[in-house]
Design a binder for this molecule. Structure first.
Ligand code: SF4
Length: 341
């Protein structure tokens, strides 16, 4: 059986043509699946029973199986989903003021091997399909309470989204389509470890916010923390960010995990400020969360404050992101891996 959550509107047009039906049926089905959140083909009541029966011979609406939900006192909810091949992924709903952000995983595991990240340490299984990506949004809808609604989506969970480029681009299309989940482009952010050729392509095709997980100011340190830097070193990455096409008043988010004694000195802060010259950006500083087995330590609060001060004095918008949900290991770098959420 094929899962209708795996099809974009364009792909459904081809399916419908193959079944000898009129093109408007594709729009009807797409809306039922993503906008109206139908759980079964039988719910598509404006489609004739005969055609629904025909669809059901080959298609269904399948969901990710949520195995476990953990809630933290700060309102953060982390959920673990099992996929058809028994791969497991984690996603997090993060409550912050009037924002409720869903952090989505793009891969089961991750091949990037960043040393400060639990996913990087556990390795790569495979890319997620469109239904597995959208399935995390549907699962999150089930966890909402009262008047809650998801305001933002970040692709910062397990995996490197740009290494699953085609499916992630389809996912962004479904997220932002007014026939799909109907999120504003401004409310969706993709975070990358720095796949330079894919960043260039995404600049032309992505149309949502970009965040880059930088974490070091010299190739020597970044090579050690993030092996992808050996392939795409800092000068290539920064050149791609300088050329990244941004609409007016838009910026790239630079994420910088502060790790005690590794990348948190005053010199690091000054180098970061000069590295970011002529990149329209804002900076998120994320104090590292130590996890079991990690060789790194969290920075002292005074270090974080001082680093923040230097970046701010250099003229940047900079915030320190306090990790949410630390006690349920839903904080930055603590999903059975995660990028900086
Ligand atoms: S930080 Fe992101 S890119 Fe790096 S290993 Fe973790 S999940 Fe992968």
């Amino acid at each position: 059986m094929k899962n209708l959550r795996d099809f974009t509107h364009e792909e459904l047009l081809a399916v419908i043509a193959g079944l000898g039906e009129r093109p408007y049926r594709a729009e009807q089905i797409f809306k039922w699946v993503f906008f109206r959140r139908a759980a079964s083909i039988d719910q598509m009541t404006d489609i004739s029973k005969a055609f629904r029966e025909r669809l059901k011979e080959e298609y269904e609406i399948g969901a990710n199986k949520v195995l476990e939900v953990k809630r933290s006192v700060d309102g953060t909810r982390k959920f673990l989903s099992e996929l058809e091949d028994s791969s497991r992924i984690e996603s997090v709903l993060i409550a912050e003021g009037d924002r409720l952000t869903l952090c989505v995983s793009s891969q089961a595991g991750c091949a990037m091997g960043c040393k400060f990240c639990m996913t990087g340490v556990t390795g790569f299984t495979r890319n997620l399909t469109l239904s597995e990506l959208t399935g995390q949004v549907f699962s999150a809808f089930e966890l909402l309470e009262g008047e809650e609604r998801i305001t933002n989506i970040v692709l910062m969970g397990m995996g490197e989204p740009l290494a699953n480029y085609d499916n992630v681009l389809k996912f962004i299309g479904v997220l932002t389509s007014n026939m799909g989940f109907n999120f504003s482009h401004n409310k969706v952010t993709l975070s990358t470890a720095g796949l330079v050729p894919a960043i260039k392509r995404f600049g032309l095709e992505g149309n949502v916010n970009l965040a880059v997980s930088l974490n070091a100011t010299t190739d020597e340190v970044r090579d050690k923390l993030m092996p992808i830097n050996r392939k795409y070193p800092l000068d290539e990455l920064m050149a791609a960010l300088r050329r990244y096409p941004l609409k007016s008043r838009k910026y790239i988010t630079i994420e910088y995990v502060l790790i005690s004694g590794v990348n948190d000195t005053d010199d690091d802060a000054r180098r970061l400020a000069s590295l970011l010259r002529s990149v329209p950006c804002k900076v998120n500083l994320i104090p590292f969360n130590a996890f079991p087995g990690s060789a790194f330590k969290s920075p002292a609060p005074e270090r974080v404050e001082r680093f923040h001060y230097i970046i701010k004095q250099s003229g940047y918008t900079v915030i320190v992101r306090l990790s949410k949900g630390a006690e349920i290991q839903a904080a930055c770098g603590q999903l059975r891996g995660a990028c900086e959420a």
